[in-house]
Design a protein around this ligand. Structure first.
Ligand SMILES: [Zn+2]
Length: 140
């Protein structure tokens, strides 16, 4: 595995400031069709982005004994995310092994200072930054 810095736009990640929270730094968003999902570090809140189709855990086939839906499937999905986070390498920014947040288009990261994104954010409060000129960490 290697970690490189790539422009956010290249991997379908949109950095944005949130109106009223500009001093908390950039929040990062993805779309349902973005190729990557993220793992956020519990210690420094950095996000490591990963191509989910190339990740052995996220792209694994569902075992036959796991149902297609319902509680059994949900437990399987949760355990897959736990295994994904546990398999992350050391954080490239702080060196800790403590990735705790799965990030995708419906599970948002924390701000760089560790605060949660409030529930009341509307799209008008999302101030997109230039995704071509902001680099993010990609694990390959
Ligand atoms: Zn870290």
């Amino acid at each position: 595995m290697s970690i490189s810095q790539v422009p956010a736009a290249k991997i379908g990640v949109q950095p944005a400031l949130i109106r009223g929270h500009e001093d908390q730094g950039l929040m990062y968003f993805t779309w349902a069709d973005s190729p990557v999902v993220g793992a956020q570090c519990a210690n420094c809140n950095a996000i490591l982005w990963v191509d989910q189709r190339k990740n052995v855990i996220l792209s694994e086939n569902k075992p036959d004994d796991v149902p297609q839906s319902g509680p059994g499937y949900q437990e399987y999905a949760r355990s897959k995310i736990r295994r994904f986070l546990a398999a992350m390498p050391a954080c490239p920014y702080c060196g800790h092994h403590s990735f705790d947040r799965f990030v995708n288009n419906v599970s948002f990261p924390r701000f760089p200072d560790g605060q949660e994104l409030g529930e009341k954010i509307s799209s008008a409060d999302v101030l997109n930054a230039d995704a071509k000129n902001i680099e993010v960490a990609l694990l390959e």
